[in-house]
Design a protein around this ligand. Structure first.
Ligand code: PEP
Ligand code: MG
Length: 762
């Protein structure tokens, strides 16, 4: 039965529309269960009825006509109870209603199971038998399992159908939920990018001895190489504004490979020998990559991946029909893809890009990090968005409520535009706070710092009133390369960060990869990566990588001559011994540098509290360091056991959950008892309502994405500390995140901050 179950689910998921999906379901289920009838009823919310949508066994003419009111009949019973109804003789049941038009008089045995998606009953899947019989447990289990799996496919098919029927000029508006990866509202037109051809599946094609054909293929290939070289140059120039010169090394490496004889001449030779350009390219890339793969030197071995990637880029160019117009980016472009990547984002002229939508990918992906750095709203994980139908449609990327809106009607669009205008006005209005201190009306000073990882946001941080960088995510520098950066390279990067911000302080966090942030050149395959090898655990297991980074950080501090500008922060500490080991390696790195004559100061050191075990031992940890920094993103994830990037459980992920607030309050109190300053550097810090609570708890500084800094400053300058403290005391007794948010927002509104309170914002 498992076999037929999987087969049915697979077939249904590839159905093009709802009718096809439902027809497949009823036919296959009836056959697998040897039933006399199989039917699907779906709910019509507006009319509060279940509609017979497909049947194999009842009269076909009844489809679409038979409607059963909610709560009526055995179908209604099954839906309202949201559980299977298994009846030996359905007509005997008091809820049974007879509908002659279905032609179902002769049927007795009845099994209905609800079709449920995300807690909502969407309909009922029914099988019926001519004779009187109760379905056995195994059959009930089969149908229940099938219905659970089909719910998603039915929704998909429904979406595909509603989009099919949509006119570009607008019929119905459609919302699709995802995970917000960069906040803000982007209103524009969708440009859908489809997966590109794979180089290794390109076939050979003989050109014969036709010299004209051979020459045409050669020039097609040369044109592709020239175009790619040009493209790399302009990409590198565009990246220059965002990345450090070192981070651009990838582009230089590609350009060098293209300029080298082997790849280009090797391909041309194969074309002359009679293969078409894509086939010749595939064979040359394979040969050339193999040579590198055989090399002893690890760095050179890694070049094989570059060659394959470059081969893929050239193939795309060869496949481009030269008569086809170049990609036209809409004036307000919402880039949509199965899994967007960095170069697709960078290909769009920056002034045209207003939003990003990706079916796969998470908030921790490169593209998401870039989107946040560039201030472009992004919603990922929109598994319900049928890509093939989106191109050219109006789309709103709502990075506040984590969803996209396809084809907003006139009114809705106006509403979104109004919100976007307000957002822009608010940001403009807040600009005058840039130079003002973040001080509460009753005199409590709070330090507001920026989270960063790209050069673009460091420049912006400097100009936007941030008092320093409270969290520099050093792994971003590692992501943007094709291998571990060396000590000199890292030193240059960190020195640039420190100098750009000087004299303002910078907290450099040591490498935090693993979990949802794998490095492309250091693959870690684990069943449970969030509970696996990540953050400090990798660093301690690889003192080679870790000490290189620590030395680079200290050398950068020495090079910029700042005595207290540099702090080092350790991520994902779970046990006291880990902190002791990390501190020991830092001391060693420092001693070695001093021995080598480098005038390195010992930096301030912070510990991140983002694992519940570390929260519990915060006093012991705080004693060993200069400050404590709470990583509320991971702390929330681990306290609630909710994957921070999984759209299925996204609704459960809320840092205002009473348990999170309670633990935070508990740990802030203890860290302060140890006499150490406490900061928060997770997303909570940038959410004005959450920040209000954090201040009430006694937090000294908040580090956040830049876009939120002035909003939080406005909040701090408006609400007295005493009010924030009273609020914390009040919310500690509340039962849900919603109640806590409402209480915080009520205080904000009472202090003239209605502009920061927006329904559906979180
Ligand atoms: C956090 O976990 O809150 C944090 C700031 O670290 P990251 O988001 O980089 O994991
Ligand atoms: Mg973290």
């Amino acid at each position: 039965m498992l076999d037929s179950l999987q087969r049915i689910v697979q077939e249904v998921s590839s159905a093009h529309d709802l009718d096809e999906a439902l027809a497949l379901i009823v036919e296959r289920v009836k056959a697998s269960m040897n039933a006399d009838v199989c039917s699907v009823y779906l709910s019509d919310e507006a009319r509060r009825e279940y509609v017979l949508m497909a049947t194999d066994g009842l009269r076909p003419g009844a489809v679409g006509r038979v409607r059963i009111p909610f709560g009526k009949g055995v179908v209604g019973l099954c839906a309202s109870r949201a559980e299977p109804v298994n009846l030996e003789n359905a007509p005997d049941h008091p809820a049974f209603i007879f509908i002659a038009s279905t032609g179902e008089a002769p049927f007795h045995g009845f099994l209905g199971v609800p079709i449920v998606r995300r807690r909502k009953v969407m309909g009922v899947l029914v099988v019926q038998q001519r004779e009187q019989r109760r379905y056995i447990d195994e059959e009930v289990a089969f149908l229940v399992t099938l219905a659970a799996q089909l719910a998603g496919s039915i929704t998909q098919a429904e979406l595909r159908q509603s989009l099919d029927q949509m006119d570009v000029d607008d019929l119905d508006t459609l919302f699709v939920d995802g995970v917000a990866c960069a906040r803000g509202l982007g209103i524009g037109r969708a440009l859908v990018l489809f997966p590109e051809a794979r180089l290794d599946s390109v076939p050979d094609k003989k050109l014969g001895l036709d010299l004209d054909l051979i020459e045409a293929e050669c020039s097609r290939f040369r044109l592709a190489v020239d175009a790619e070289l040009e493209e790399l140059k302009s990409l590198a120039a565009r990246m220059g504004r965002i990345l450090s010169p070192g981070d651009q090394a990838l582009f230089d490496a590609y350009a060098m490979l293209l300029g080298s004889d082997s790849l280009v001449n090797g391909t041309l030779e194969r074309i002359h020998a009679g293969n078409w350009a894509p086939g010749a390219l595939r064979a040359t890339v394979a040969e050339y990559a193999n040579v590198f793969e055989e090399m002893d030197d690890a760095y050179l071995r890694e070049r094989a991946a570059d060659i394959r990637d470059l081969g893929g880029r050239l193939l795309r160019r060869l496949h481009q029909n030269k008569d086809a117009p170049p990609v036209e980016y809409p004036e307000r472009c919402v880039l949509v893809g199965e899994e967007l990547n960095v170069s697709q984002l960078l290909d769009v002229p920056p002034e045209r890009l207003v939003g990003l939508v990706s079916v796969r990918g998470t908030g921790a992906s490169h593209v998401a990090l870039l989107a946040r750095g560039l201030g472009i709203p992004a919603v990922f994980g929109v598994t319900g968005a049928p890509l093939t139908k989106l191109n050219g449609r109006d789309v709103v990327v709502d990075g506040y409520s984590a969803r996209i809106c396809i084809q907003p009607g006139t009114q809705l669009r106006e509403e979104y535009e109004r919100l976007a205008r307000e957002e822009a006005e608010l940001s403009r209005g807040l600009l005058e706070l840039r130079e003002e201190p973040a001080i509460t009306p009753d005199g409590q000073r709070i330090h507001l710092l920026a989270n960063s990882g790209l050069f673009a946001d460091i420049n912006a941080a400097r100009d936007s009133g941030a008092e320093g960088i409270g969290l520099y995510r050093s792994e971003i520098h590692f992501f943007l390369r094709d291998r571990f950066p060396g000590e000199d390279e890292q030193t240059a990067t960190y020195a640039r960060v420190l100098t750009s911000m000087a004299p303002r302080p910078v907290t450099l966090r040591t490498l935090d990869v693993g979990g949802d942030k794998p490095l492309p050149y250091f693959p870690i395959r684990e069943d449970n990566p969030f509970l696996g090898w990540r953050g400090i655990r990798i660093s301690l297991d690889h003192p080679d990588i870790f000490k290189t980074q620590l030395r680079a950080m200290l050398r950068a501090g020495a090079a910029t001559g700042s005595t207290d500008g540099l702090s080092v922060l350790f991520p994902m500490i779970t046990m006291v011994s880990e902190l002791d080991e990390a501190l020991e390696l830092l001391r060693q790195a420092h001693a070695e540098l001093v021995e080598d004559g480098v005038p390195a100061h010992f930096p301030k050191v912070g510990v991140m509290i983002e694992v519940p075990a570390a929260a519990y031992q915060v006093e012991l940890l705080a004693k060993r360091v200069d400050f404590v920094s709470i990583g509320s993103n991971d702390l929330t994830q681990y306290l609630l056991a909710v994957d921070r990037n999984n759209d299925r459980v996204a609704k459960l992920y809320d840092s205002l959950n009473p348990a999170v607030i309670g633990v935070m309050q508990w740990l802030v109190e203890r860290a302060r008892r140890a006499g150490k300053p406490v900061s928060v550097c997770g997303e909570m810090a940038g959410d004005p309502a959450a920040a209000l609570l954090l201040i009430g708890m006694g937090i000294d500084s908040l580090s956040m994405s830049l876009g939120n800094l002035l909003k939080v400053k406005w909040m701090i300058r408006s609400v007295p500390l005493s009010v924030a403290q009273a609020l914390v005391a009040d919310v500690l007794g509340l039962e849900s995140a919603q109640q806590i948010r409402a209480a915080a927002e009520e205080v904000m509104i009472a202090h003239g901050l209605a502009g920061l309170v927006r329904p559906g914002q979180h």
